[in-house]
Structure formats: C-alpha cells, structure tokens
Write a new protein. Structure first.
Lengths: 347, 207
C-alpha cells in the first residue's frame, strides 16, 4: 500500500511538470502560433517604429485550449483505473484499496479534468453519435463502452473505481449505521433512474439537450476545482491569471448539492441509486457478468454484517429462513461486504 | 440469483444467462461498429479536434447575458479589441460615455463605460489629438459587453466578445447558449487556424 501511494505521488508530480510544459509559451511558439511577446510589445511603451508590428501581431492566440493528446491521457488514466479496480475486486482486496482508487479518481477526473469524463453526459453524447456519428468523437465512445465491457466481465466496477461522481459520494461523510429504506420504497425509487434514462435518450434524440447533466449536483465541485486548477497551472507557467475569486455554478446547484450531501449522510450513494441513468445500463449488463459477486451459502452464518455495510442495499439476508440474495443490478463492487465477512462467504 | 450453483444444472437459467451475454455483446458491438465505422469512412468522418463553444460575432447583440449565465464566475466570455480594425479614435465609445468633453480632460474627468475600468487608453503619437491604442485588461473584464456595445453601435466595430477557450470549461450543455436571445453561441471544431479576429468561418458559409 505504501509503495502504491509513492507511485501515485510520483505519477502526479510528473503529470504536473508535464502540464506546465504544455502550457509554456515555448510550446505555443513551436506549434506555429503567432503571439505577442509581452516584453517586446508593452502596451505602455509603444513607439511609432513598432506600432505596425504590434498591429499585425495582435492576435489573441494566447487563448489556447487543452491540447488534443490530453484526451488520450485521460482515457489511459480511466482505463488504468478500471483495470486496477477490476484486479482489486476480483482478488477481493480490502475496501481501503477501493478508497485509494476513489481518491485518484476524485483528484484527476474530478478536479483536474472537471468531472467531464462523466457517466451522465456520455449517454446523450453516444445517443447523438448513434444518430449522426460526426457529432461524437471516438474518445466519447471509449468512455461509454469501456465501463460496460468491464461490467460484462466483472460487474459495475466503474462505479467504484473510475466514476468521479461515485468518488464524491464514496469520500463524503456518512453515518456509521446507515438508514435502510424499506424494500417497497426502495423498489419504487429504483424506477426513477430508468425513467431518467428514457428521458435522457428521448431528449438527446429530439432536442439534443443534456437533461441528465442538469441533474448532476457534483458539477459545482468539479467545475470550481477545475477552474482553480487551471489557475494554478497558469501561475506555474506564467500566464495571465484571474485576480478575483473563482466560483462555478449558481446558488441553486450548490443548494442542490448540499441537499444531496445531507441525504448521503444517512443513505449512502443517493445519486448512484436514485438518479444515475448510466447505472441502469451498467446494472443490466452486470446481471449477465461472467464473474459476478455472489454469496456462498455453505460458508454463511447469516450474521447480516454484509447487509449492514452494503451502501446500495443490494444484499438481503433472511436469517430465519436461512436464505438471502445479492442483486448484481445494484451491487457497485465497493468490496465492503467481502472485507467484513469473516467466513469468506462472499465470493 | 442467489444460488449460482444451480447455474450448471438448470438449463433454462443457463440459457437465459448466455442469451443475455450475447445480446449485451451484440448491443455494445453494434454501437461501436456504428460510430467507428462512420469514423473510418472519410465522407462521414467525425471531428478531428474537440468541440469548443464560440460566439458568432455577426449575430451577437451585446446583451450582457454572457456575464451572468456562464457557470464560471467571473464569466469565460471576455471583450477583445481587434487592433487591425480599431481606428484609434480620440474619443472611444467603448472607453468613455460622455462625448461632449475636451480631449485633455478625457483621462482625468471622463466617465468610463466599463464599470471595472478594464479598457485602457494610451497615446502613442504624441499631442492631445493623436492616435490612441485601446486595450482591454482581461483580468478586470467580466464580459458585460458594455464597451463592445458602444463600439459596435457608434464606432468602428473593432471590439467584440469571445469565449476564451482556455477559460471555457466546455460543458456539454452551454448555459449561455440556452439564454442567448440571438442563438449566437455555436459549437465548433477548434482548429489551429482560428484566430478570434471575429471572422471565423462556419461550415457551409461562403464568406
């Protein structure tokens, strides 16, 4: 575990250095961009001689967006995270290993990339791509397909390894003894994501609007984090910086976020369970997964520990009738149940 | 679903499981084939670069909705003065709001258009009625479009609004595009030839 932390730290530092290089002015010049050299053309120190040159060179190309290949780095990180998660889950490592992955996801995909390898918006992107393929890039396709393919192998690993929205919910504070919904209410509330999924696809086909993105409360954190991170990079690379305090999203989103966080204190993972439309797709695929999580009843002592720690109420144990079930549709592969079970009944 | 041990014995459950896997596999493969196949074909090939949001300067009416609607606060929309179009007026409508003022008093007493005093004025030819360079400080600019409005209504239309790609968070659903009354916000492929002089070419336009 210590070695893992060191490796992650080194990779992050190298990435930081790399980013500053990307943004430095030399790189822009090499890319063939004309750009005002601030030392050469100071607006306060212009004479007749260089005014002509200043005019010809006055093109604001210092506004340069993320380079193209950053997309591939993002995809690489995402796929690496999912595969590491798959290894942790299939080997039934401890729940802390999943937390480490969640921290990396939260920092990289959430803060640095603005939460925009996002399971929510990608449904609209892909639906638009199926209708007219020039609307979607191959990167979006990979983001859509890679978690589903892994789900066909070993369940919803993306939810607890590569999803920035899941990371916030995993890392946000929660009560030790969580509140369990009654099975009837749980059943009805689980219909909501299916309705949202249908609406998302419907609106994507008809009006090309991203309805599910509006329901994402965590974008407030991610957008603010991304804006601050860009400022940090700008400071390192010596670009012009914003002098005011940066904040993203309106007051409504922040209140919505607060409400979801408070609900999340009592009922873990409220977004995953009752809102996320991509979770429906992942759940359906992971029902047919090759290596599903299941309960080995010959080892089980019906102690109900796994039912108690399960954040999505996927496990139901009946200790009188000596039966139980584990819903692969709901299970987000967080490794909590296999971590707490002493008899290795969850495998 | 509880006892997976039966999976080997029960034929129906086994069949359903295999059928489900095949259906899922075909669905995923179908989506991949549809998009990748279209990208392989040169006629229907997708974007070479990623999308950015940008304002069409021909449609923009400088209504100042960009300042408030952007999820990023301060807004990613900034005003820019194109020096190639600017005619270096003594009295700039993007800089000063009262026009009946002696040219010596402009710097000291003139009432500024910009509420944050982001538009700077610099004499470079000497004398009170010479040539003046106007520049907009992007650290102070909030994208309220007052200067660009003055310049475009009465001046030489050198000032315009851009969404800066380095500040834009490239949301899937641009909030400014939702509220823009002229539908001036467009999703474009960002190419290296775009120079934000206010003359970018759209697909299909002959300009």
């Amino acid at each position: 575990m210590n070695l893992l932390k060191k490796i992650v730290g080194c990779v992050f530092l190298v990435y930081l250095l790399f980013c500053t290089d990307v943004y430095s002015q030399d790189t822009l010049k090499q890319a063939g961009k004309s750009k005002i050299d601030n030392n050469q053309y100071n607006i306060n120190d212009l004479t007749r001689g260089n005014i002509r040159e200043f005019r010809d060179n006055y093109i604001p190309t210092e506004y340069f967006p993320m380079p193209e290949y950053m997309v591939f780095i993002d995809l690489g990180v995402l796929i690496l995270l999912i595969f590491t998660g798959q290894y942790f889950v299939l080997k039934r490592k401890s729940a802390h290993s999943i937390t480490v992955l969640m921290i990396i996801t939260f920092v990289y995909l959430g803060f640095i990339r603005g939460g925009c390898i996002c399971p929510v918006g990608i449904i609209t992107n892909t639906t638009m791509g199926i209708i007219s393929p020039d609307q979607v890039g191959l990167a979006e396709l990979v983001v859509f397909l890679a978690p589903l393919i892994i789900a066909l192998i070993a369940g919803r690993i993306f939810c607890s390894a590569g999803c920035p929205l899941g990371a916030v919910q995993h890392l946000s504070p929660e009560k030790k003894k969580q509140y369990k919904l009654s099975s009837g209410l749980n059943k009805y509330l689980r219909i909501a994501p299916i309705i949202i999924l249908i609406l998302t696809i419907w609106f994507a086909v008809g009006r090309k609007t991203f309805i599910a993105c509006e329901l994402d409360p965590y974008k407030a954190i991610f957008f603010t984090g991304q804006a601050w991170f860009e400022q940090l990079l700008g400071f390192i690379a010596g670009r012009s910086m914003e002098t005011r305090i940066l904040f993203a999203c309106g007051i409504v989103t922040w209140i919505y976020l607060l409400v979801i966080m408070v609900i999340g204190y009592y009922i873990p993972r409220p977004f995953c369970r009752f809102i996320c439309p991509y979770g429906v797709l992942l759940g359906i695929v992971s029902i047919f997964a090759f290596r599903r999580r299941r309960i080995e009843f010959s080892n089980c002592t019906y102690c109900k520990l796994c039912e108690m720690v399960c954040p999505t109420q996927a496990i139901i144990i009946d200790n009188k009738a000596k039966t139980g079930s584990l819903s692969n549709y709901d299970c987000i592969e967080c490794n909590r149940c296999s971590d707490i079970c002493r008899n290795k009944a969850i495998c | 679903m509880a006892d997976d041990k039966r999976l080997g014995k029960s034929n129906r459950r086994n069949f359903l499981m295999i059928a489900g896997r095949i259906v899922c596999g075909f669905a995923l493969g179908g989506i991949a084939y549809r998009v990748i196949g279209a990208h392989m074909n040169e006629e229907t090939a997708g974007p070479k670069s990623h999308f950015v949001w940008q304002i069409d300067p021909q449609k923009c009416t400088f209504c100042n909705k960009c300042e408030t609607a952007c999820v990023r606060k301060p807004s990613a929309v900034k005003a820019v003065n194109d020096q190639l179009k600017c005619s270096y007026c003594v009295v700039c409508y993007g800089h000063i709001s009262d026009k009946n003022i002696a040219s010596e008093k402009i710097m000291s007493e003139g009432k500024r258009v910009c509420p944050y005093d982001a538009v700077t004025r610099k004499n470079y030819s000497g004398g009170t009625d010479g040539y003046f360079i106007y520049d907009i400080d992007d650290k102070k600019c909030t994208g309220c479009a007052l200067c660009a409005k003055g310049c475009n209504e009465k001046g030489t239309k050198s000032m315009f609004m851009i969404i800066r790609p380095d500040l834009c968070l490239t949301c899937n659903n641009c909030n400014i595009a939702d509220v823009c009354p002229e539908k001036a916000i467009e999703r474009l492929y960002f190419g290296p030839e775009d120079n934000f002089r206010g003359i970018y070419e759209l697909e299909g336009s002959n300009e």
